[in-house]
Design a protein. Sequence first.
Lengths: 144, 578
Amino acid sequence: MLRVCPDVGGLARCQTGSVQLSAAILIVDDHDGFRTFARGMLEAAGFTVAEAATGAEATEAARALRPGLVLLDIALPDFDGFEVARRLAAAASAGTPAPVVVLTSTREARDYGGRIAASPAAGFLPKDQLSGAALRRFLAEDRS
Amino acid sequence: MSRRLRAALIAVAATAVGCFVWSGRPWSAPYLPFFVSTAVIGLAFLAAGIAAWQRWPASRLGLLFSVVGYAYLVPYTIINLPGSFAFTIANLTENVSGAALAHLALAWPSGRLRSRFERRVVIAEYAWNLGITGVSMLAWNPSFSGCNASCPANLLLIRSSRSVWDGINAASIPGSLALTGIVLALIVRHWRSARGWSRRVMTPLLWISVAVIAESSAKDILSNLNLGISNSFFFNGIAPLVVLAGPALVIADTVRVRSARGALGTAVVDLEPGASPGRLRDALARALGDSTLQLAFRLPDGSGYLDTSGQAVEVARPGPGRAVTPVADAGVAVLVHDAGLEHEPQLVRMTAAAAGLALEHSRLQAEVQAQLEQVRASRARIVEAGDAERRRLERDLHDGAQQRLVTLSLALGMARDRASGADPELEALIESAGKEAREALTELRELARGIHPAVLTETGLTGAIQALVERSPVATTITAVPDERFPAAIEATAYFVVCEALANVAKHARAGGAQLSIRRLPGRLVVEVSDDGTGGARPDGGSGLRGLADRVASVGGVLRVDSPPGGGTRLEADLPCP
């Protein structure tokens, strides 16, 4: 399920237009309800949003759409968020610019011990604390 | 043997000995040594005959012993009867006892001669003894043997000739020696072919035969050399007593069987619990004195039997000299033993009973062991199923209620943003609803963590223990935690040990600090938590440590609590870990 700039015809083409690369976000979560609300919230905050429900979809979408930020749920039906983050980082080292990866979960960061710190992700954001402002901070940190 | 028969045999034997003693009056000095030794030998063989008859009623041994006894006594009894006929018969049968001895030795221990050849040898012995004596008596004048005119006449005498008589006697020696040699060779062959129990029974007989044959041959040769030595006290009174070893055989045999019976009981009692069938066989073989004993078990498919060394055993045809006795009535196990033991049926029955008892004992023990294993396995399964259920509950909470609360929280956040500025009252209301939702989410997270720590599933012991220590109110130092994954049950158990230990430190110990280590040893994982608190924790007191000990035992581990009052508490869980 890839919903991309429905009015323009594709996020990639969006990027060539006025929409900034940094404003494109890929939400990776198998929970429909969360994706819907997150999309609504982030679009309201001015982001362009694409969605993926599985790890496989996520890597595919990231390759095709080159989002600036990937909001990545750790618990996914096929492989987990850590593995997706690792694949994205591996793809990025091959030449394409790396997206900022933000891991997310309904659990707290400490429930994952050192795994978050050990992953190539930029950071972790508990799902209930998701907001456009929080994601902008990650993007800003990445740029600086 | 019935009591009446035994009484009759005793009466006849006593009469024979009595007649012999009475007939020898006036017991003149030159004959006294010979007279006493003959009486003792005759009495001993008659007594042995009755004893053997009673011990082995089906065997001819009793009869053979008795024949030897009477062969010693009768000629020297009737020789003193008046009249020439008795005198002649007495002289004719004087040496039959030697043939009877050879017969007895060849028939030992079954009472039966083993082949037609042996029967012929025995017949030849009797015939030679009677025949050569009879022939020599054709020329024998009693005066040649120092008998004065008071002796009755020799009815067989044809022509009195000292030289002919001496010649016949001398000529008979090679024949006698040859026959004796054959008998000895046969006895040696019996001994050589005997194994196990039969060998032990044959060995004393072999030595006795050698001694008796040496004694009688020496006497024969010396008496023919007319050296006068043969009339000495030694040769008449002492040397003949060597045959007393024959009756002693019966006593020795009885003692051996008795001691074997005693040893059997001890052997089974002394057998260590769970001893292998091989060890049982060894113990039985030792106690029984049959080194050839085999303990064979029926194969599960009923196709045959295998002994304890894995050799196939033909139970239907156990081979020459072998016999089979079932151990248990089911025929699951059999004893294959020396056929000589068939003369001791009671001993064999006892051996079988002892073997049956020992096998039953190990079977019961194996059963109890198996039941214990089953209980252990089922306990481990129950605990594992409980763990899995808790993991599932935690996951369900995470995927369900927590997810919905997150979404609700996000929705309320969005609603608040939309209401922002337009309706302050609505905004405040939504804000407080959002706060409630976040608190519910926090509580739900704690609940889920209590049910099963996700961090344990996610990161193993390293992260999970770190998280526990971070939340513990007492300063805790981690000295070692292996950075590897272990079986889920072991990880969960180690985690709960640390969790409970740290909770106890915080609640009861009044400790300033605690130390924690998890060490990987070969085949084990050792969890240790110690504190510097008040100590005095009791492993059986309160449900916490008791439950923890159960939990540790469920994976086959051991929980040790060392908590002297005032000396801190040290808790160690030793978990098996492949």
